[in-house]
Design a binder for this molecule. Structure first.
Ligand SMILES: NC(=O)c1ccc[n+]([C@@H]2O[C@H](COP(=O)([O-])OP(=O)(O)OC[C@H]3O[C@@H](n4cnc5c(N)ncnc54)[C@H](O)[C@@H]3O)[C@@H](O)[C@H]2O)c1
Length: 257
């Protein structure tokens, strides 16, 4: 990744931060686009490698335009765009407010659209350019009370295929990663509603053939591979990184061997 310019939205913490650190460790210059200052969430930029933070709200076209101008002025172009910023809320369909539905769609789906719209001109003509969108296994199946989130991630998967078709002829690949259960703030608060976190994590691990939940570094490794020349013939794909959770059929506890 030496000399590559990588943009990661939502890179201040969680999966995004792991992607930032992995690309930086592999020699890239990484621009974090996030509402949040990485320094304020306990992950400064003072580790080895080239990283910087440019404030960004992916829902706001003016903010995206200013971000693109700043990256162009600072680096002259972009090789890899990782559309990672995302939010999730748990609501039944009758409790879901219009505002919350629209915000979920704005961050998770409008964001990748606006970023592609305004950063593709900075990617054209650069050898091996690629876009990586963060989907979810919830774009393929659903947890209860996640209608907005699931619909947004299904949209991300479809957008990924459409961008692969549109941008392939100008040399830009586009793929999505569909993570399973990854230990980050996004779902930590969800787990911590139960009094015994260790029990919940152990129960979750049992749902996975690999017998553990995921780590942000698992997703970062796949993102790095998708951005590399080794994935040069891979585009329009949704790569599930979920420890086999979606291929394991469930049985009533009493019938488990
Ligand atoms: N954690 C999981 O189990 C899991 C599973 C499947 C998919 N995902 C997806 O992975 C991505 C990252 O999730 P995470 O678990 O690291 O979440 P997280 O909540 O830990 O981090 C999300 C980051 O996005 C940023 N962000 C939110 N709204 C933004 C906006 N409008 N503009 C710019 N930045 C914004 C936040 O400030 C934060 O830094 C999301 O798209 C999420 O849907 C996560």
């Amino acid at each position: 990744m030496a000399d590559r310019i990588v943009v990661v939205t939502g890179g201040a913490r969680g999966i995004g931060r792991a992607i930032v650190d992995r690309f930086a460790a592999d020699g890239a210059t990484v621009v974090i686009g996030d509402l949040t200052d990485p320094g304020e969430v306990g992950a400064g930029l003072d580790v080895a490698g080239h990283r910087e933070w440019v404030p960004l709200d992916v829902t706001d076209e003016t903010s995206v335009l200013e971000f693109a101008q700043s990256v162009e002025a600072g680096h002259g172009g972009v090789d890899v765009l990782v559309n990672n910023a995302g939010i999730m809320a748990e609501r039944s369909i009758t409790e879901e407010s219009l505002a919350e539905w629209d915000l979920t769609m704005a961050v998770n789906l409008r964001g990748p659209f606006l970023m592609a719209k305004h950063l593709v001109p900075l990617m054209e003509g650069r050898e091996g350019a690629s876009i990586i969108n963060m989907g979810s296994i919830e774009g393929l199946a659903a947890n209860r009370h996640h209608a907005a989130y699931c619909a947004s991630k299904g949209g991300v998967h479809a957008l990924t295929r459409a961008l692969a078709v549109d941008l392939g002829p100008i040399g830009i690949r586009c793929n999505a990663i569909a993570p399973g259960w990854i230990d980050t703030d996004l779902n930590r608060s969800y787990i911590e509603r139960h009094p015994d976190r260790e029990q919940v994590v152990a129960d979750l691990a049992r749902l996975h053939p690999v017998a553990r939940i995921g780590d942000p570094a698992d997703i970062a490794a796949t993102a790095c591979w998708l951005a590399s020349a080794d994935a040069g013939f891979v585009t329009g794909q949704v790569i599930q990184v979920e420890g086999g959770r979606t291929v394991r059929l469930s049985l009533p506890t009493a019938l488990e061997p």
